[in-house]
Design a protein around this ligand. Structure first.
Ligand code: HEM
Ligand SMILES: [Cu+2]
Length: 493
């Protein structure tokens, strides 16, 4: 069997364990929260509406935050082989994330904040008596602290990339696109990492500006802002930041399949053009969240629709085809990391289909604000992005030569895939029945789909627990081996 190794040093390997584990445990807890929401919508339990909106706020915020934290661990891990990143900054992001999460939790559970992760202005300040200033300030402040940690991380990666490649254009392969050669080696991991660095810096700066303006507005209501501008800033932030989780996860896809197949993944013209296009489009297509806002200029909405088609596809195609080419007749060994990563691409491809449907203005007027919307993003988030995080956990066990699978893990893989497909199907089906999203109470016609979703959630929670326990029991041993040779010997044994 081919040995699977990388050139990540043991200290870096050790430092990704905690954020990956923290991210995945938070994801597990948020899944339980999701189950509670479904049980309530499916009339199997009864929680108050106020509590529903609190946990809905928690679930949306927590999933994206936890996914992004684990995503930065993946990005840090693989790009550290090519650029010199600051471990202190990586750790600061983790510390600030924890602080931010605690503030968000206080805002929600101590002071009853429940305006959803979208914190649309002026809702945080005008809650109709549901929560006071303290709840909003803790929540918005917590988000600002979280965002600051991530911003530091991306500024550091940007610095390290520029140090090695001279500028970000080089790291996006502009010389190669224009037919020149580059003296530095340009791995796909760096191209993807550069894209994420650019788009997330833009996302976090827009997010921070609207968060801070909202906080000022709470303390001083005479300071107001244009609600439509604020919505634009919020969705620019939310759209980009959520999508970046997949783009960070894809870094692992580029790194791992070559190791499994012995075939290198080289950058080439169309690959680079795809990533450059996505860099630009990811930042400007967020108006697809505003298709129902008649006050938005029409040209922006059309741009949102057209470029949404153009956005995800190029990178998806170069990634999915690239992977298939590498895998085809390679004699790849299908174990936990390789199957999870393969599934993640499948989930990503599948999830983009209903997403594109929803980004079509004519259809959006009918489907938007139905459960169709959470249906599509649960598909590429759950079967796509989050599966990449689990794949990464198994990969780290594998390079370390630690025990990685038994029949239980393999069973959990299938349970995860089938039940997550079931969950997303139940959401999409609710959408078809016109069940609105974000409603605590559902009409009897919508209830069976919610109950099906709840059953699916239980399977997902079971499988996810198995993945996490597998990683957690061996976590202490990761990064203790000093010598790469030793790892290899273990792998051959
Ligand atoms: C067991 C797995 C999961 C279950 C049972 C679940 C359940 C739910 C439910 C019931 C909703 C509310 C739907 C509605 O509008 O009526 C929701 C919303 C949401 N979920 Fe999940 N979910 C799961 C996994 C995930 C994952 C993996 C992610 C992302 C990484 C995620 C991100 C979100 C987001 C962003 C929202 C939107 C919240 C909002 O509308 O403000 N969920 N989920
Ligand atoms: Cu979007």
């Amino acid at each position: 069997m081919r040995p699977i190794t990388d050139t990540v040093n043991s200290s870096t390997r050790k430092s990704v364990v905690f954020p990956t584990l923290l991210g995945s445990v938070l994801i597990l807890l948020m899944m339980v929260v999701g189950l509670i929401m479904l049980l309530n919508q499916g009339k199997l339990i009864t929680i108050s509406d106020g509590f529903f909106y609190k946990i809905m706020t928690l679930h949306g915020t927590g999933m994206i935050g936890a996914g992004a934290l684990a995503g930065t661990a993946i990005m840090y891990y693989f790009t550290s082989q090519y650029i010199k990143l600051s471990k202190a900054i990586f750790v600061s992001n983790i510390v600030l994330s924890i602080l931010g999460v605690v503030m968000v939790l206080i805002g929600i559970f101590v002071f009853d904040f429940a305006a959803a992760w979208t914190f649309l202005y002026p809702l945080p300040a005008i809650s109709g008596g549901m929560w006071g200033a303290a709840g909003a300030v803790f929540y918005l402040g917590g988000m600002t602290v979280l965002g600051t940690g991530f911003l530091l991380f991306y500024l550091d990666t940007g610095r390290a990339i520029i140090k090695k490649y001279g500028n970000l254009g080089n790291a996006l392969g502009w010389p190669i696109i224009f037919g020149k050669t580059m003296k530095e080696e340009l791995p796909p991991a760096i191209v993807a990492g550069t894209m994420v660095t650019i788009v997330n810096t833009a996302a976090l700066v827009s997010g921070a500006s609207v968060l801070i303006m909202s906080i000022i507005n709470i303390f001083n209501p005479s300071f107001t802002m244009d609600p439509l501008l604020s919505k634009n800033l919020i969705y620019a932030f939310g759209h980009i930041f959520a999508n970046s989780i997949i783009y960070m996860g894809v870094i692992a896809v580029y790194e791992i399949f070559p190791k499994y197949t012995g075939r290198p993944w080289k950058v080439y013209g169309n690959f680079l053009i795809a990533w450059n296009a996505s860099t630009l489009f990811t930042m400007i297509i967020y108006p697809h969240h505003l298709l129902m806002d008649f006050a938005v200029p029409k040209w922006m909405l059309i741009l949102g629709q057209v470029l949404s088609y153009a956005n995800g596809l190029p990178v998806l195609v170069v990634t999915a085809f690239g992977a298939l080419q590498i895998i085809f007749r390679s004699g790849i060994k299908w174990d936990m990391p390789s199957t999870l990563f393969f599934m993640s691409m499948f989930g990503w491809v599948m999830g983009v289909v209903p997403a594109i449907i929803d980004a079509t203005i004519a259809i959006n007027h009918v489907m938007h604000n139905t459960k169709w919307v959470p249906g599509h993003f649960h598909m590429y988030m759950g079967i796509g992005a989050v599966a990449m995080i689990f794949g990464f956990m198994y990969y780290v066990l594998k390079v370390e030569g630690l025990k990685m699978s038994s029949y239980l893990d393999k069973l959990s893989f299938w349970v995860y895939l089938l039940f997550f497909a079931g969950l997303t199907f139940s959401f999409l089906y609710s959408g078809k029945l016109s069940a609105p999203r974000r409603w605590s109470q559902h009409f009897p016609e919508w209830v069976p789909a919610d109950q099906l979703g709840a059953v699916a959630a239980i399977g997902i929670i079971f499988a996810t627990s198995v993945f996490i326990i597998r990683f957690a029991v061996s976590a202490k041993q990761i990064g203790t081996q000093k010598d790469e040779k030793e790892t290899k010997e273990k792998l051959y044994a």
